[in-house]
Design a protein around this ligand. Structure first.
Ligand SMILES: O=C(O)CCC(=O)C(=O)O
Ligand SMILES: [Fe+2]
Length: 264
């Protein structure tokens, strides 16, 4: 591994440029619930974090979930008619995960996550005064690995937003596909959700390839999304960084067991 870097050196932007980046990201987020900063990591930062992720990969937990729940991450509700999105089971998941508590104290990923410059950028992009790191010992940082055959089925997130860092792309597949803002807090738009699940609303689905070094902010609560099946020899590696607008957020025991195979 190359020599370690300060968090600010992992980022391609000068600290004085981060406020401008935050406002660019904010207007993209306001428009469609997703904002990407390509080239967010400096070339040395990308190399360092890729090296760390590669070293951790052999120990990752293989999280494999059968398609049992709906895209709302709930059990199917038989009071809805057959074929209704509240009754259909989603696509399950298969991926590898390294949880926060597996990163060492000297981890460059941990240092970047704990850097105030990143929290300020995320807060600025969301238009809130402060964001807090997750208080969850497993969920605060997840390094995810998806190889040939891995995928993540259609779902809505249970959190308001997710921050991700792309470290490596797959040869084929592995795209984040999203029907942006397909529902709102006042309207579930079940017909449109059903059309996306049936593959009949291609025009409503945006696709994002993994571009190593980019930072993404994604408001997944109202956007129906999935990661398409990965093909080819390369492993897709995306790091999910947990922030919340309230301090002290943790994951439920059920989610921890499903995602990491353990509760602590
Ligand atoms: O890996 C990604 O790009 C998205 C992951 C995702 O949707 C999730 O973890 O909820
Ligand atoms: Fe998601």
């Amino acid at each position: 591994m190359s020599r370690s870097l300060l968090p600010a050196e992992c980022v391609a932007y000068e600290e004085a440029e981060l406020a401008g980046l935050a406002s660019t990201l904010k207007s993209k987020l306001d428009d469609d619930g997703v904002a990407v900063a390509p080239g967010f990591l400096s070339p040395e930062g990308l190399e360092l974090l890729q090296g760390e992720a590669r070293e951790l990969e052999p120990g990752c937990y293989r999280s494999v979930r059968e398609p049992r729940s709906t895209v709302y991450v709930e059990a199917p509700d038989p009071s809805y008619p057959a074929g209704h999105p509240r009754r259909r089971v989603g696509g399950g998941a298969s991926l590898g995960i390294i949880a926060y508590d597996e990163l060492t104290q000297s981890s460059p990923l941990r240092a970047l996550y704990e850097w105030q410059g990143l929290a300020s950028l995320v807060a600025g992009a969301l238009g809130v005064p402060t964001v807090y790191p997750y208080a969850d010992p497993l969920g605060a940082i997840n390094v995810t690995y998806m190889g040939s055959g891995d995928h993540l089925g259609w779902h809505f997130d249970q959190t308001d937003f997710v921050v991700s860092l792309a470290l490596a792309g797959s040869e084929d597949g592995g795209e984040l596909e999203s029907a942006n803002r397909v529902r709102s807090s006042s309207d579930e738009h079940y017909e449109m959700v059903g059309a996306v699940l049936d593959g009949k609303a291609e025009g409503a689905v945006s696709r994002f390839k993994v571009v190593p070094g980019s930072l993404m902010l994604f408001q997944g609560r109202h956007s129906l999304h999935r990661v398409s099946e990965v093909a080819g020899g390369d492993v897709r590696c995306v790091v999910l960084l947990g922030f919340d607008t309230r301090p002290g957020t943790t994951s439920s025991e059920t989610l921890r067991l499903a995602r990491y195979g353990r509760n602590g």
